[in-house]
Ligand binder design. Sequence first.
Ligand code: SF4
Ligand code: SF4
Length: 309
Amino acid sequence: MSQETAMKDFIAILDDVMSLCCRWNRGAQITLIGGDPLLHSGFESLAEILANTPSVRIIVAGNPETLSPRMIEWLKPRIFAFQVSVDGNEQTHDWFRYSGSYRNTINRIKEASQKGLRMHVMTTVSKENVGQLVDIMHTVYDEAGAHRWAFARYVPPVGEKLDLDPLAYRNALAKVETAHLPYLKANYDPQRKDPLWYPFRNSPPNSDDNPKHCQVDGCGIGSPTLAVLPDNTVMACRRHAGSTLGKWEKKGDILQFLIFSRTMKQLRQLENIEGCKDCPYLYCCRGCRAIAYAVRGCLTDPDPTCPIL
Ligand code: SF4
Ligand code: SF4
């Protein structure tokens, strides 16, 4: 696809999304993600178009190496936040990437946040770093000055095992919960990205309190959240390999995908999810459906990290 066609499609898809938001009286949060979006030759044009679109909150998820002083200043008035990854303590993070990457990342978060760019940090949890979450949190908040830190479990390629012990993960949640309390009091965002937080924190809900079986919390797949790939493929969740809904071709397709897609309807049939269907947390959790699919290969399989199953 030529850059000109890609740009035309981007504008048309944005128009489709914003028409729907207008119809539903909602704003949109749009995250530009790579690879590294800053390396795309059309990045500044795309970000400028988004920045000039009313009711859009923009997040860019990129690499610290390309977040130059000039780019920090350019992004500041245009985006809500810039997100980078920290995937362990210095040794682990550098083992995943390259020697010096951790220090470079921490320094860049510090520089950007001191210059007024809101910095988000994401950690992908695996068995290599599950015991380091509290250390990572302290470093990115206290040393680097990040505005938000969150984590999500690694989603393996389809057919591979998730090498993360449910008990080790539950212990990690307990440690983060305690260590995060002072940050919560200081108005940092609550930790809630992983659906397993809900059963960790709450007693089983009473089914009489939810007679219409509404989705109250947990995995957001099936809700009005979509991922659009560079070739216009639309997915319900970019991490869920089985959640492809089709290719965007014309105005109105976003609504069609969200409401009428067969896959989307299957993803919303919560009562079919093995294990979860008999669990009192069904409408508040369901685990990560992307991990369940990757490990077991079916839309209705259970999350292998669930400590209950
Ligand atoms: S069985 Fe499903 S809904 Fe219940 S706690 Fe486990 S992942 Fe969550
Ligand atoms: S499938 Fe996993 S990554 Fe996707 S929305 Fe649900 S919890 Fe998040």
